[in-house]
Structure formats: structure tokens, C-alpha cells
Design a protein around this ligand. Structure first.
Ligand code: ADP
Ligand code: ADP
Length: 228
């Protein structure tokens, strides 16, 4: 689904990512794991074309990501993406946040409503809270809204940047269990960023370990643990 061939990225004097080779297994959950600042979010943003690589190329579904803005937007619609904290618009209700892209694409109201119902059920989000604004939701609920928004257009892949970051431990473990069930039910390619080893172990079927802008190991967690 995703291949990175010699992809690198620099911000000013910071080499955020040294040339990297990556091939992610389709239909499975890959976790990008490593300490803060090691380049995880950069990899995610290179994958969805939000950042152009300095060198190399990103392949999605066997095709290089286009460089023209309109073309990359079309490809990006096939990728659900969430930012840490959900990245919700504060002046829109939860439901409006989720439906935003579908409204923009002029989906009929009935289709939007049906999709919202399916997503509320999938993510175990309380339907009545769709009317609330992000500030009136709990952190866990905001993350569920971010997830629903990412899934609204039925994307082929899901890119999640620290979906469990900044949550208190109880909420975090509950959402973690739900995420695992959701990923299994969807059967889509998921790429999830975390700095938490336990979370990577629980959610990741394939783990990519990053340090200082380099991939130091990748494989199943069992494979990583048996290597020195
Ligand atoms: P992680 O997601 O692992 O915390 P990032 O990919 O966000 O790491 O960042 C990798 C490195 O690149 C860090 O040193 C970070 O400060 C730097 N960086 C990321 N984005 C930018 C940017 N837009 N401008 C300048 N430096 C950046
Ligand atoms: P088991 O481990 O007994 O197969 P699971 O509930 O873990 O049971 O998995 C059921 C199905 O969901 C399997 O096909 C598995 O590959 C898939 N699956 C499990 N966890 C994930 C995950 N985090 N991401 C994607 N698919 C998953």
C-alpha cells in the first residue's frame, strides 16, 4: 500500500528523516514507534503528501504520489488522517466536524446521516454528543470524533498521529481496546504513530522503530524483541 524509496526530509538544519526504505504490509496495522522528535509525524505527512520529500519517492497503491496539488488532494481523499488531539474545528459541532468533507463534496443529506450513524456505532460515540462542540467533549470523545472524521469518506487507509496521546490512563486503555477492535473490523491498512511501547505492542502488527530520523528496526514486535 505504502512504499518509501530513499525518502528524506530536512527542515532548515534539522535532518528530520535520513533516506529511508519502507514497505508497509496492506490490510494491517503498522506502528511508527520512537521517542519524541525522531521523525514519526514527518513520515506520516510524507505518506499523505502533506510534505513533499527532498529525495526519493512515496508510492501509494503502486503509484508515486502526484506533485500537483489537485491530484494529491484526490489521492488524499482515499486516506483518513487524524492529528494529535483530534484536530477538530472548535466552532463546528462534533457532527459538523465529521460531515465536513462529505458536505463539501455535496453528498446527499440522507447519505451523510446514514454514514454518521454507522460511524457512531463503530466508534461507540454517544449519538447525542454529535450536537456538542469540541470544547464540550472529553478528550477520549474528541479522539473518537477525529477518528469518525478520518473514516467519513470510507478511505482505503487510516493515518493516525498519536491517537491516544494526552489522554488519562483509564480513557486511554479503553480507547486502545476499542481501536484494536475497530482496526480488526475494518481490515484496512492503518499507520499509527506512538512513542509508547505498550501501545505499539497492543495495536501494531508491524512495527517500525525510528531514532534520530532513521529506521533502526522493523518487523513484527516478536521479531524486534528477538534481535539484539
Ligand atoms: P516526532 O513525530 O517523532 O515527534 P517529527 O517528525 O515531528 O518527530 O519531527 C522530527 C524533527 O523535525 C524534529 O526535530 C522536529 O523539531 C523537526 N520538525 C518537524 N517539523 C518541522 C517543521 N515544520 N519545521 C521545522 N522543524 C520541524
Ligand atoms: P486473533 O489474534 O485470535 O486472530 P484478533 O481479534 O486479534 O484475534 O484478530 C482478528 C482479526 O483481526 C485477524 O484477522 C487479525 O489479523 C485482525 N487484527 C487484529 N488486530 C488488528 C489490528 N491492530 N489491526 C488490524 N487488524 C487486526
Amino acid at each position: 500500500m505504502f512504499e518509501l524509496e530513499g525518502v528524506s526530509k530536512r527542515f532548515g538544519v534539522t535532518q528530520a528523516l535520513h533516506p529511508v526504505e519502507l514497505r508497509l504490509p496492506p490490510g494491517r496495522t503498522t506502528v511508527l514507534l520512537g521517542p519524541s522528535g525522531c521523525g514519526k509525524s514527518t513520515v506520516l505527512r510524507l505518506m499523505n503528501g502533506l510534505l513533499p520529500p527532498d529525495t526519493g519517492r512515496v508510492l501509494f497503491d503502486g503509484q508515486p504520489l502526484p506533485s500537483e496539488e489537485a491530484a494529491v488532494l484526490r489521492v488524499r481523499q482515499r486516506m483518513g488522517y487524524t492529528l494529535q488531539g483530534g484536530g477538530l474545528f472548535p466552532h463546528l459541532t462534533a457532527g459538523q466536524n465529521v460531515a465536513l468533507m462529505a458536505s463539501y463534496l455535496r453528498w446527499p443529506h440522507a447519505r451523510i446521516r446514514a454514514r454518521l450513524e454507522a460511524l457512531v456505532e463503530l466508534t461507540r460515540f454517544p449519538a447525542e454528543a454529535l450536537e456538542r462542540f469540541p470544547a464540550q467533549l472529553s478528550g477520549g470523545q474528541r479522539q473518537r470524533v477525529g477518528l469518525m472524521r478520518a473514516l467519513m469518506l470510507e478511505p482505503d487507509v487510516l493515518l493516525l498521529d498519536e491517537p491516544l496521546g494526552a489522554l488519562d490512563p483509564m480513557v486511554r486503555s479503553e480507547l486502545q481496546v476499542d481501536l484494536r477492535a475497530i482496526f480488526a473490523r475494518l481490515g484496512k491498512t492503518v499507520v499509527l504513530v506512538t512513542h509508547d511501547l505498550a501501545e505499539a505492542a497492543f495495536l501494531g502488527q508491524h512495527v517500525v522503530l525510528l531514532r534520530d530520523g532513521r529506521v533502526v528496526q522493523q518487523g513484527t514486535l516478536a521479531e524486534l524483541e528477538t534481535r539484539p
